[in-house]
Design a protein around this ligand. Sequence first.
Ligand SMILES: Cc1cc2nc3c(=O)[nH]c(=O)nc-3n(C[C@H](O)[C@H](O)[C@H](O)COP(=O)(O)OP(=O)(O)OC[C@H]3O[C@@H](n4cnc5c(N)ncnc54)[C@H](O)[C@@H]3O)c2cc1C
Length: 403
Amino acid sequence: MGVERTQVAIIGAGPAGLLLGRLLSRAGIDAVILEARSREYVEARIRAGVLEQGTVDVLHAAGVADRLDREGLRHGGIYLSFDGARHHIPMEELTGGRSVTVYGQTEVVKDLIAARLAEEKPLRFDAPVARIEDFDGDGPARLHYRHDEAEHELHADVIAGCDGFHGVSRETVAAQVRIWERTYPFAWLGILVDGAPATDELIYARHPAGFSLYSMRSPTVSRLYLQVAPDESMENWSEDRIWSELHARQDGDGFTVNEGPITEASVTPMRSFVAAPMRHGNLFLAGDAAHIVPPTGAKGLNLAAADVTVLAQALAARFREGDDGPLETYSDRCLARVWRAQHFSWWMTTMLHRDPAEDAYGAELALSQLRYVVSSRAQATALAENYVGLPLERTVAAEVARG
Ligand SMILES: Cc1cc2nc3c(=O)[nH]c(=O)nc-3n(C[C@H](O)[C@H](O)[C@H](O)COP(=O)(O)OP(=O)(O)OC[C@H]3O[C@@H](n4cnc5c(N)ncnc54)[C@H](O)[C@@H]3O)c2cc1C
């Protein structure tokens, strides 16, 4: 058994853990990143793909945006499709020039891993953390993990729990967190298609048969989603059925889905979840470890990036200036942004999906909301500024104003 000492132990090499590691190394703070899965697995995990302006800005500041600049697709708007018509929401115009960038989470993760390995900073794959101890005292926290067929111990001043929804960090403080949660009576069936997208911007469609989304990952790879039952099995969905359902829900108003070879298909359940506080002594939760949103608002990855940006700044204040003030407010400052994203993601989800238990009255309310969004500049602006992401300062300022 080996014992090692570091300033920050980061559990998880998803977007949150890897970006935190990068921001800390730029600030001259030592960190060790421990990841349960293999590098190949982490780099191939298909998930989010829409980056807020603020996330792109942070990746720039972290010096890991060269490929993002070359390959990312800048989008200044989205389409909302319902009642047989498509409506454009010009987000860039409505938000004074802010936009989103389509660039796969897999690519963000690959860029961050490459940067960390190039710096020769510790990043261990196949190293699951089993236990966290002594995170609430004055001494170093202790973390137990397995790597290379041996048990190891890591001592750290601070532990960053960036280990996602099923990780060990939140489980460790399960008795001390309050949970707010909502599950939805539907899931998303997502397909990755080897073929150019038929649209220049994302199309969010509400249809009597259910929600669908036409998205993309690059000029040659499309990503499409269908609302399905929460317990849906992929076995029930032949390629023919997937395409015929996508045509039914998306085609119209001069637009047709273009088909291509499906390279990946999976069903993702939808959930809203918040665990607070996000700080427990020297253990800090970040990203999916603390909160989950349904993907309709494209917020999951962006919230993870925002959390670790706040955490990196606060850790720099502690380690470089001996100032613990920013760490004291870490949880509240993150949660202000988290709850805004929770509301936006819930709002987009309920407006665009068909709840199987919904009565005719509920369906008309959702349609009325959609018609209002596409006919009122104020409503369209509210959607746009949340979608491109509120500047970090705005939510921090709101928190300060609340006292
Ligand atoms: C199937 C799926 C599809 C998604 N699609 C979208 C989408 O379309 N749009 C969107 O905006 N968001 C989407 N999301 C959400 C988005 O991907 C997440 O919000 C984002 O990955 C959060 O990053 P994270 O680093 O906090 O967590 P994760 O990416 O989950 O990373 C956590 C890491 O910790 C590791 N880990 C766990 N336990 C341990 C342990 N004990 N020891 C060491 N390591 C551990 C895990 O292996 C993982 O690599 C999706 C999520 C899922 C699950």
